[in-house]
Design a protein around this ligand. Structure first.
Ligand code: HEM
Length: 395
């Protein structure tokens, strides 16, 4: 895409203008790990056994969108829609303009763009002869919930991620334009992490409480991940797909401000500086839930988030890939921020629900977090270059 010299400048630019300024002031400030290729040109394969955007290293930006099918859309209409959207997604993620792209210049920097589709109960019901996972539908009610229907449910999920927000905006607009005659918009929730290049790849993200969030997570590419995330049932149309839960959780930063550092660390059971468990010194040290203080209290408190979120049955684990959100504050407030808690698991009922029940019963973090949105989708498997997403259900 670029000549060598230009690619070098591109890489530095992706890391930040600051790098260039500092580099000219002091050669020692030049980063040691400048990526070889321009990160803006990087692509994530669209076709395959699984959809991209789940085991993909999280991009800096992701927008989750739920669409509702127009009443007249039947199974044949849904097939038409998914063929069009699959074609759009395949082109755009490859750095090519969509058919009839109105701004083709915006498609040339894919920046690891991924488009992931999910189906709600109404789409699944278009093929009644093919049973859908029993858990597809709204989650059970939890006492912490203060759900706003403006952020709930939906028929068709689009999860669009990229390291570049302009690339993402363009891709989303193309998809929405093509979906418009079949669907209406139900909700749209943009999320972000740190900019690409500001941290080493593989650094666990921080949420807006300042916590390192995502340390204990099954690692893509491992057997553990395969078993926990992908639906394995050979008789299911969803085989090779996964279950998706999106919870919009407001984090009361103004109230959090009144909690001291020790309280903040106690509420999770981990240190703020490097994410180590309160019984360890490095981020990935195994927490020692038996350890006691000199006066006999558990070092990692009974009410701590990590104790409550870890269930004894290790088949009840989930893959978290969340994003921060930072909506405009209310007139009286300073913050209106939180976490787009996104988790992927083969069986929502068996894996996500018991963890959320445990947190609902007891979790000190509940003092500062309020779930306001909740949605569940089946993410169908991926497809081959001559297929379309959803063919195992609709075809
Ligand atoms: C762990 C924050 C909501 C499940 C953690 C950790 C933090 C954190 C800081 C420790 C580091 C890590 O392993 O990632 C938050 C915040 C939330 C939230 C700020 C809401 C705003 C949830 C929800 C669930 C959940 C809704 C699931 C229902 C987990 C799990 C772990 C975890 C499974 C790993 C526990 C282990 O060590 O085995 N969370 N979390 N979290 N969280 Fe959350």
């Amino acid at each position: 895409l670029f000549g060598g010299a230009v690619a070098g400048v591109g890489a530095a630019a992706a890391i930040g203008v600051d790098v260039l300024t500092r580099a000219s002031a002091s050669p020692a400030a030049v980063p040691t790990e400048v990526p070889d290729a321009d990160p803006a040109a990087e692509t994530v394969p669209f076709f395959g056994e699984h959809q991209a955007g789940i085991d993909t290293v999280p991009q800096a930006h992701t927008t989750f969108v739920a669409l509702d099918l127009r009443p007249e859309v039947d199974r044949a209409g849904m097939i038409r829609l998914m063929r069009i959207l699959t074609d759009d997604a395949a082109r755009l993620t490859g750095g090519k303009a969509a058919l009839a792209d109105s701004e083709p210049e915006l498609a040339v920097l894919p920046s690891r763009l991924t488009v992931t589709f999910g189906f709600g109960p109404r789409v699944a019901a278009l093929a009644p002869e093919k049973p859908s996972p029993a858990w597809l539908g709204p989650l059970p009610a939890f006492s912490v919930d203060r759900l706003d229907p403006a952020y709930g449910d939906g028929d068709l999920l689009l999860q669009v991620g990229a390291d570049d927000p302009l690339t993402l905006a363009h891709a989303l607009r193309m998809l929405l334009k093509d979906a418009r005659s079949f669907t209406t918009l139900r909700w749209q929730q943009p999320g972000f992490r740190r900019a690409r290049g500001s941290e080493k790849v593989g650094t666990t993200m921080r949420n807006l409480f300042g916590q390192i969030d995502g340390t204990v997570n099954p690692a893509p590419g491992t057997r553990d991940f395969e078993d926990l995330v992908w639906i394995a049932d050979r008789s299911s149309w969803a085989r090779g797909g996964t279950g998706f839960v999106l919870r919009r959780i407001e984090m009361d930063l103004d109230k959090w401000d009144r909690l001291d550092r020790e309280g903040r660390e106690q509420s999770v059971g981990r240190k703020l500086d490097n994410g180590a468990p309160l019984t360890g010194s490095r981020e990935h040290d195994e927490p020692d839930f038996e350890a006691k203080t000199v006066v006999g209290f558990p070092v990692i408190a009974e009410f701590s988030h990590i104790r409550r979120a870890r269930l004894a049955d290790t088949s009840r684990r989930i893959f978290r890939r969340g994003y921060n959100f930072d909506a405009p504050p209310t007139a009286e407030g300073i913050s209106h921020s939180g976490l787009l808690f996104a988790s992927y698991q083969a069986d929502v009922e068996h894996q996500f629900v018991p963890i959320q029940r445990s947190l609902d019963e007891l979790d000190l973090l509940n003092e500062w977090q309020i779930p306001v949105g909740s949605a569940v989708f089946v993410i169908p498997p991926g497809c081959a270059a001559d297929g379309y997403i959803g063919e195992t259900l609709l075809g």
